[in-house]
Design a protein around this ligand. Structure first.
Ligand code: PEP
Ligand code: MN
Length: 254
């Protein structure tokens, strides 16, 4: 997916990429437990937020640089690549050694100062769609990164705001498919933020794979009910394994 020319992240050659991990890096023990679990399931990419963009300033804000170090250490131990969000251009330099794929979160899709700085890097960028962004605005945001010389960009659909409140967001699979078809970018889907409900992750993951998207990013936690953030949209280990086997069966029968 990401080009080998500019990064050492091996996306090519795999038909369906799975990024999984906790919403936030919470502590060393849980992070290592999750890394070990991912490795045992042949997953290559571990997510975990350290700089957390929380709607309320009173919610857990993430462990910051310390969290990135914990994530990287666990990932290295188990041979995984890290995916984590950077929100502030001032954090880029200190974060780079710990983040293999830099995530731009929904709230920062139009943070042009950030996008321009990321454009100067060689690190792959995972660009999430803004929660109220049109497809055109999303692609233009990617253009900001590309303009600086960094073309290792993968788009991630994570749901948009609509009039409906039954789910956390409205996952725009058709729009994301259109973006993939018209732009040529790899597009992955985030069923956790896209729906807000763990029960919906597996069916959406299967739909995503069937539609030919490049992969998914899913939140997991050993004890979702105890997670410091987004437990309701995080699969536990059993649920994640069930999803994986459903995906593998579908891949064989497609
Ligand atoms: C995340 O993936 O950790 C996250 C905060 O998602 P989003 O930016 O899509 O809300
Ligand atoms: Mn989350």
């Amino acid at each position: 997916m990401f080009s080998k020319k500019t990064s050492n992240v091996p996306w090519d050659g795999q038909p369906f990429h799975i990024i999984a991990g906790p919403c936030a890096v919470e502590n060393e023990e849980t992070t290592h437990q999750i890394a070990q679990f991912l490795k045992a399931n042949d997953i290559l990419y571990m997510r975990g937020g350290a700089y957390k963009p929380r709607t309320s300033p009173y919610s857990f804000q993430g462990l910051g640089l310390e969290g990135l170090k914990i994530l990287k250490q666990a990932a290295l131990k188990h041979g995984l690549f890290t995916v984590s969000e950077i929100m502030d251009p001032r954090d880029i330099e200190q974060s780079l050694p710990y983040v293999d794929i830099i995530q731009v979160g929904s709230r920062n899709m139009q943070n042009y100062a950030l996008l321009k700085e990321l454009g100067k890097l060689k690190q792959p960028i995972l660009l999430k769609r803004g929660m109220s962004a049109t497809i055109e605005e999303w692609l233009q945001a990617a253009e900001y990164i590309k303009q600086g010389g960094n073309e290792d960009i993968v788009l991630c659909e994570r749901g948009i705001r609509t009039f409906d409140s039954a789910l956390r967001n409205t996952l725009d699979l058709a729009g994301a498919y259109w973006a993939m078809r018209t732009s040529g970018y790899h597009v992955i889907i985030d069923p956790s933020h896209g729906t807000g409900k763990k029960e919906l992750i597996q069916p959406i993951a299967l739909a995503t794979q069937a539609m030919g998207f490049s992969g998914i990013m899913v939140e997991i936690h050993p004890l979702p009910e105890k997670a410091l953030s987004d437990g309701a949209q995080s699969l536990d280990f059993k649920g994640f394994e069930a999803m994986l086997s459903a995906l593998r069966i579908q891949a064989r029968t497609d």
